[in-house]
Design a protein around this ligand. Sequence first.
Ligand code: FES
Ligand SMILES: [Fe+2]
Length: 343
Amino acid sequence: MGNYVLNHWYAAAWSSEIGAGPLGRRLLDEPVVLFRQADGSVAALADRCPHRLVPLSMGTCVEGRLQCTYHGLQFDGGGRCVHIPGQATIPPKASTRSFPVVERYGVVWIWMGEAERADPVRLFSISKHGQAGWDVIDGGYQRHPSNYVNIIENLMDPAHTTFLHSGTIGNPLAGEQPVATERTDDYIVAYRWLENTSPSPHDRRRLNVGDVPVDRGQFFYFHLPSTSRVETIVLPAGAPRDTDEQLCAGLRTYSYKFLTPETASSTHFFWMHVRNYQVGDDQAAAMLRAALERTYQEDLEIELAMQRAQEETGLRQLVSLRIDHAPVMAARMLAQMVEDERA
Ligand code: FES
Ligand SMILES: [Fe+2]
């Protein structure tokens, strides 16, 4: 087991990924198998048959039970063996660990720590999801071949967007604008307002404001230990922005990434995008999805290159800059959280 917070709901899969057959996935360096039971609910088990350790994910679902592909032992959602072909008595050891699971927002969330602490109340809550006037792009997934701390640092670091994403989301005006940082016990946020700037062609069309200048807010949240939420707001310059309602009068997006470590050098990157413009416009959503995928792919390539260099050198960085403040603080808070849990 690596350096992970265990007592937390992690995204394990999109609900749509769990169909008629089992899904095997490595989570927090543990092999896990997910499958649907007879009542449609998802179960998660350690992906090892107690007989000969064959991955249960190689098997099939039979009437809501998971059947090992080798000798046909069947397991229920609690990981208990309920059938052994050719044998009436079931040895007490014939079981595999089960993990608490909750499905919400189209995501299967798994709790890999102490099962008795797995309270659904502690699930991350997704702002505006399912509300009228808001649209969701979900199902986003990339496997990032890098340690999840590299990814958290990337997501807390707006300074790279001007350069790495110059062809996608980069804004040359943002390059010189520093961010402010705030933190609580649960999250850290780096944010900035770019005031009185020109709207992008996209903003112009979506806001329907012609060529008037705009104020653009960017908020980069890291909710410990695994969720990034990037919020952007575009308002006509000078518009009030004290209340949630005033902020929603402009273009508003919430871009979520649910990071689940796969191994020490790879991460499941589930992404979801929530917006209050072009609602119900499937064509716009498809274009937005493709643009987001492209942007995240740019990050993936950098993270992979960094991961390789880190493994080669055993180092993380040689010099610190001012732009590292929020990323370094996020990584420290995470390390502290892991340490506190161990203690
Ligand atoms: S290894 Fe699974 S039933 Fe034998
Ligand atoms: Fe990026």
